[in-house]
Design a protein around this ligand. Structure first.
Ligand SMILES: *Cc1c(COP(=O)(O)O)cnc(C)c1O
Length: 482
C-alpha cells in the first residue's frame, strides 16, 4: 500500500475524523507501557503535538490513511518522547589529536576526582561547615592547604574559571586605579575574554606600555605613578611572538613592584603544577616559579594542563589573597561544590607526583609515547577497514598531536593514528566525501570526532585508553554507510 502523500489513490486519503482522540491514543497498550516508563506528562504532551501536526497536514496537504494507523502513530510518539528526553550533553571520543580540547570539555577528570565528586554529591557535605567547631566554615579551606603545599604560596582562593580569577583579582586590587600591562601581552583567549575588556569590566584603567614585540623594564618604570595599583603580566599562551622580541620577566618586575608598593599579578593561563620538561614536554611556567620570582598573585586554570575541573585558581601573598577573597564580587564568582570536590581530589594526586602520568588523563595522554599510540592505531586498523570498505581506504599514519587549550601553541607531539581516504567513484568530490564520512562518525551512538587535513580524515589515537570503546562503534558505522 502507498505510504507517501503523492502516490495516494483517491479514497485512501486520511480525513480529520480518522485521527484518534488523545485519550484513545493514550489508552493503546503500547502507549500505556510508554507512560509507565516515561510518565504521563511527557507522553501526553508529545501525543498532542503529534495529533495537532497530523491534523494540520490533513487539512493542508494530502496524507495517506496509513500515516494515521495506530502502529504508525505509536512509533512516531515513541520516537518523539525519546528525542525530547535525550540528553544534549553526550560522551564523545576525542580523536582530534588535540588533547585539551576546549570544545570537547577540556581536561577529562581522573577517576579519583569522579569518585570523590559522586560520593560528595550523594548527600550533604561540609562545604561551608567546620566539623571541628560545629560552626560556619569557608569553602576555600577545602583546597587552600593543598594549593599552598603544592605551589609554596602563603594563601589561595578559587573561583569559577581563570577568566573570573583575573577579573576578580584586578577588581579587588586595582578597581578605580591603574594597571600597567605590556602591549605584547594584550591577549584574547577566544570567546569574549580580551585583556582590555577584562580591565574595563573590573573597573581598572589599563595603561599599555612597550610595543607589540618589545617591552623593557624602563617602560614599566616610566608608567608608574601614584594611581598605579598593579603591574600585570599575561602569559601569551595561545600565540608566540617570534623574532625581534623582548619582554620583561616576573623576576625583573618584582623588585620594581616592591620599590613602588604595587602588586605584581601574573595570569599564567594554563600554568602547570609540575615541571613539564621532566616528561620531555616543552617548558610551561609554573605558579611555583612565579611565586619564587616574586609575584604577589598568580592565576591559572583548573582544566587546562592541571587536568582537573573548570576552575580559576588564585595563589599568592597572604594580604593580597585576603583582599581578593573579601571582595564582594567573589561571592558571584565562587566555585560550586561540584568542581570543588573534583578539584580537591585532582590536587591530592599532585601530592603523589609519581602517579600523575598514570592517573591523570591529561598528563597520561600528553606523555604517551608515539610507539604506544601506534599500537592503538594498529589494533584499530583492520576493524576500521572492515567497517569502511570498499568506499574508503584506511592506513596507519604518523601525525602530530597538539596540547591544546592555548597551551604551548607552537609545539607538536609526535603521534600516530588512522588516515582515511575516499576511494572516489567520480560522482562526488573528495571534500564532500570526507565531510560525509566525518558526519557519519559524529552520528554514532558515541560520536567519534576526528579532523580533516590533507584530503584525509585523520583519527589521532593518542587519547584512546580503551580500543574496545572505539571498536564497539564500528558495527553501527558499517550499517550507517551501507
Ligand atoms: C585560558 C586562559 C584564560 C582563561 O582561562 P579559563 O579558565 O578558560 O577562564 C585566561 N588567560 C590566559 C592567558 C589563558 O590562557
Amino acid at each position: 500500500m502507498a505510504a507517501t502523500g503523492e502516490s495516494v489513490v483517491h479514497g485512501s486519503k486520511a480525513r480529520p475524523q480518522d485521527l484518534p482522540s488523545i485519550d484513545k491514543l493514550l489508552r493503546l497498550p503500547q502507549v500505556r507501557a510508554l507512560v509507565q516508563t516515561r510518565g504521563h506528562t511527557q507522553v501526553a504532551t508529545q501525543a498532542r503535538v503529534l495529533l495537532d501536526g497530523l491534523r494540520n497536514r490533513i487539512l493542508n496537504e494530502e496524507i495517506s490513511l496509513t500515516a494515521v494507523q495506530p502502529d504508525v502513530l505509536v512509533s512516531h510518539l515513541h520516537a518523539a518522547v525519546e528525542a525530547k528526553l535525550a540528553s544534549h550533553m553526550r560522551r564523545v571520543i576525542n580523536l582530534t589529536g588535540t588533547v585539551i580540547h576546549t570544545n570537547l570539555g577540556r581536561s577529562v577528570l581522573p577517576q579519583a576526582a569522579i569518585r570523590h565528586l559522586t560520593t560528595m554529591m550523594e548527600g550533604p557535605n561540609n562545604l561551608e561547615y567546620d566539623l571541628g567547631s560545629g560552626g560556619r566554615g569557608d569553602r576555600d579551606t577545602i583546597v587552600e592547604g593543598l594549593l599552598c603545599d603544592i605551589t609554596g604560596a602563603e594563601a589561595a582562593t578559587v573561583v569559577n574559571n581563570n577568566a573570573a580569577a583575573v577579573l576578580l583579582s584586578i577588581a579587588a586590587l586595582a578597581g578605580g586605579r591603574e594597571v600597567i600591562v605590556s602591549r605584547g601581552e594584550l591577549v584574547e583567549i577566544g570567546g569574549a575574554f580580551r585583556m582590555p575588556d577584562v580591565m574595563a569590566s573590573a573597573g581598572a584603567t589599563m595603561i599599555e606600555v612597550g610595543t607589540t614585540n618589545r617591552t623593557h623594564l624602563a617602560d614599566y618604570q616610566r608608567a608608574i605613578n601614584p594611581h598605579t595599583a598593579v603591574l600585570m603580566k599575561v602569559h601569551t599562551s595561545n600565540y608566540a611572538v617570534q623574532g625581534f622580541t623582548s619582554s620583561v620577566a616576573e623576576a625583573q618586575l618584582a623588585p620594581l613592584a616592591k620599590e613602588y608598593g604595587v602588586a605584581l599579578v601574573t595570569d599564567l593561563g594554563s600554568g602547570s603544577l609540575v615541571d613539564m620538561t621532566q616528561f620531555g614536554l616543552p617548558h610551561e611556567p609554573t605558579p611555583q616559579e612565579m611565586l619564587r620570582d616574586g609575584c604577589g598573585v598568580v592565576t591559572f586554570s583548573g582544566d587546562k594542563l592541571l587536568g582537573g575541573p573548570q576552575a580559576g585558581l588564585i595563589v599568592g601573598d597572604r594580604d593580597l589573597i585576603g583582599r581578593i577573597r573579601k571582595f564582594p564580587m567573589k561571592r558571584a564568582l565562587r566555585l560550586s561544590k561540584l568542581p570543588l570536590a573534583a578539584l580537591e581530589a585532582t590536587l591530592t594526586l599532585y601530592l603523589q607526583p609519581e602517579l600523575l602520568t598514570r592517573d591523570l588523563p591529561t598528563l597520561r595522554w600528553l606523555t604517551r609515547q608515539q610507539e604506544q599510540v601506534a599500537q592503538m592505531a594498529q589494533a584499530l586498523l583492520q576493524p576500521m577497514q572492515a567497517a569502511l570498505a570498499p568506499r574508503y581506504s584506511v592506513s596507519v599514519q604518523d601525525m602530530n598531536s597538539q596540547i591544546g587549550s592555548g597551551s604551548l601553541p607552537v609545539d607538536r607531539l609526535p603521534s600516530c593514528g588512522l588516515a582515511i581516504r575516499p576511494v572516489l567513484d567520480g560522482k562526488r568530490g573528495i571534500g564532500s566525501a570526507l565531510d560525509y564520512l566525518a558526519a557519519q562518525f559524529r552520528a554514532l551512538p558515541m560520536p567519534i570526532i576526528g579532523r580533516i587535513a590533507d584530503d584525509q580524515l585523520l583519527l589521532d589515537c593518542r587519547c584512546i585508553d580503551d580500543v574496545q570503546e572505539v571498536q564497539s562503534q564500528l558495527d553501527v558505522l558499517r550499517q550507517q554507510l551501507a
